[in-house]
Unconditional design. Structure first.
Length: 323
């Protein structure tokens, strides 16, 4: 751990030496250059640089250069990394309230998710980050996640029985796969490709752009659009770093992050289409129009186990009431 921190600090410092800005915010992302989340944080950086007359810059370390999400979250809490664009999933074991956005089938559609995160519930959940050494700045899109595997087409819940699926490092997702009859293995994103290839796991679950850009479709030829999760993604900042800045600069950062959201959504829609086309052209067998009812019903145990406090129960009720 100490080693990781020391080399990370060195990597970040070396990169920063090239910049002329007064404040350079280093941002982590697991995705490659050109992926909508990376492009959105770059766009945020451009806006920030312009609005601060070149004083504040953002440097995006894409492709997990700074590490896998669970570790980079810790590094952001410690103030080693300034900004971090991550799925909400890996926060579930740290920030209880984030679980409500990671519950299977909690959102009826991406539009419903947008209406929730753009409203007061979204602000409330972002506010929770400040109790955990982080500042929640903005939500990004993660489409809907579905199962893929190397073994066979999944056409019903029964087909999941006994299959081993990688999930993000969150207990909610482990219990979700167990409830469907599969075996869940929490693993960092960067280990999924080789784990499928070598048969350590049978598959994983993700959205079109991640399925495509990670190359997982090359080793998992069956994708079933059961759309069990619509997990928003977030841009967070180290609270230590944020608190060290003037109120004016804090406001500039918050605003630029918010202003990057529509840019991200536009890029996301285009990338989803392009990724789907690429995956289909590669010959992946896609199972569409699956009956989701048994999947949704199987999730009752996940809700019973994870939605226990009055606060979470109330949040779930309010999310469902949003149009
Ligand atoms: C992607 C998401 C990443 C990461 C990844 C995963 O859809 O954008 O932040 O969480 O999934 O499955 O680990």
């Amino acid at each position: 751990m100490k080693m990781v921190t020391t080399s990370l600090v060195a990597l970040i410092a070396a990169a920063g030496a090239a910049q002329a800005c007064e404040i350079t915010l280093r941002s982590s992302d697991t995705h490659p250059e050109g992926y909508p989340t990376v492009a959105a944080v770059e766009a945020m950086g451009d806006m920030l640089e312009e609005r601060s007359d070149g004083r504040i810059c953002v440097e995006v370390f894409h492709s997990a250069q700074l590490g896998e999400e669970k570790d980079t979250i810790e590094q952001t809490q410690l103030g080693v990394i300034d900004l971090n664009r991550v799925s909400l999933g890996p926060f579930n074991n740290i920030i209880e309230e984030t679980k409500v956005f990671s519950l299977p089938y909690i959102f009826r559609s991406v539009e419903h998710m947008h209406n929730v995160v753009d409203g007061e519930i979204g602000d409330e959940i972002l506010g929770e980050f400040s109790n955990h050494d982080l500042v929640g700045l903005a939500y990004y899109d993660g489409g809907s996640r579905s199962f893929y595997n190397s073994q066979k087409p999944i056409t019903s819940i029964e087909d999941i029985e006994g299959l081993k699926f990688r999930v993000m490092q969150s207990d909610v997702f482990v219990d979700m796969v167990d409830a469907l009859g599969g075996n869940a293995t929490p693993l960092p994103y960067g280990e999924v490709y080789s784990s499928i290839q070598t048969g350590v796991i049978d598959g994983a679950e993700n959205n079109w752009p991640s399925f495509e850009s990670s190359g997982h479709y090359e080793v998992a030829g069956y994708y079933t659009l059961d759309q069990h999760l619509i997990v928003p993604e977030v841009l967070v900042m180290s609270k230590m770093k944020f608190d060290s800045l003037s109120e004016e600069d804090q406001a500039l950062i918050r605003q630029a992050a918010k202003d990057s959201m529509p840019i991200m959504r536009e890029q996301w829609a285009a990338r989803e289409k392009a990724s789907e086309e690429k995956v289909r052209a590669a010959g992946v067998e896609i199972v569409e129009n699956i009956d989701k009812t048994p999947f949704i019903e199987a999730m009752d145990v996940v809700y019973e186990k994870h939605v226990t406090s009055d606060k979470l129960k109330d949040l779930v009720t309010r999310i469902r009431a949003v149009e």
